[in-house]
Design a protein around this ligand. Structure first.
Ligand code: ZN
Length: 283
């Protein structure tokens, strides 16, 4: 079956769904130029002989400088990246009410910048830095800019401990409340759209099973195989930045009119971006 025919089938499932949820992974951000840093093929892995040596909570405690040295090139790429049509398509589907939530394994904030509102970042995010000692939390933007410009590692203003981006490192637990809410959406879902995730990283990668066990349909858009392919209704091996806009198009109002739903969607998608000066729409 052709990719177009598969997308048509996915559109039909989305039309029938009452509680559709998307689960996204690194593959939705690679079209934005962010490499999958868990992939051995990315230069980010090769530079660190063993990622566990730098990107784990144990390594962070032992040698935060090595962690920040490793983070620096990745951070540069993420700060320069922009949402791509796949991010915008999910935000648009949410704005039309077709999609109830986006659960993401990504820390790059691109879903938020594209306008997604009901967003669960189960591996944390680069929006904040947190003190591992006293849990004091601060917005990350200025501190990360300072780090990129001068190499200044952020320190806690309460206890002077080195602060950590509020992302989940190897060896750390996932944020409890976020994961709980993500599980709730997975259990309530009658359709899960996996976009750009190989579902390899547990427990987020196991979320579709909660939905499947309740009878949900499953659409997987991913280049690589996943452990749930045999339970998927539709598998699309193509770029999410091509597929998701096609999937969203039938649900979007065709003609913008004053005060129409299109205006609201556009504003919703742009609203959170304008502060960073990025007002480009994916479509
Ligand atoms: Zn502190």
């Amino acid at each position: 079956m052709s990719t177009d025919a598969q997308i048509d089938r996915a559109v039909e499932l989305l039309r029938q769904a009452r509680h559709a949820v998307a689960l996204t992974g690194a593959g939705i951000s690679t079209p934005s130029g962010i490499p999958d840093y868990r992939s051995p093929k990315s230069g980010l892995w090769e530079k660190a002989a063993d990622m566990m040596e730098v990107a784990s909570i144990y390594a962070f405690r032992h040698n935060p400088q090595a962690f920040y040295d490793w983070l620096r090139p990745l951070l540069r790429v993420i700060l320069d990246a922009r949402p791509n049509p796949a991010h915008y398509a999910l935000a648009q589907l949410e704005a039309t009410g077709c999609l109830k939530a986006v659960i993401t394994q990504n820390i790059d904030l691109l879903h938020e910048r594209a306008g997604s509102q009901n967003l669960y970042e189960v591996h944390g995010h680069l929006r904040e830095v947190v003190c591992p000692a006293c849990h004091y939390t601060l917005p990350a933007a200025d501190l990360m800019d300072e780090f990129m410009a001068r190499g200044t590692i952020p320190r806690c203003i309460r206890c002077h401990h080195i602060m950590k981006p509020n992302v989940v490192l190897f060896g750390e637990l996932l944020p409890w409340a976020t994961m709980k809410a993500a599980q709730m959406h997975a259990r309530a879902a009658d359709l899960v759209i996996v976009a750009g995730s190989s579902l390899e990283v547990a427990p987020a990668g196991d979320l579709p099973e909660l939905a499947l066990d309740n009878g949900a349909r499953l659409v997987i858009i991913n280049f690589m195989e996943t452990h749930l392919d045999h339970r998927a209704d539709i598998i699309i091996r193509a770029d999410v930045a091509d597929v998701l806009p096609q999937l969203a198009r039938p649900f979007l109002p065709s003609r913008p009119e004053t005060g129409s739903a299109t205006d609201r969607i556009t504003l919703g998608a742009i609203g959170k971006i304008s502060s960073s000066g990025d007002v480009r729409m994916g479509e």
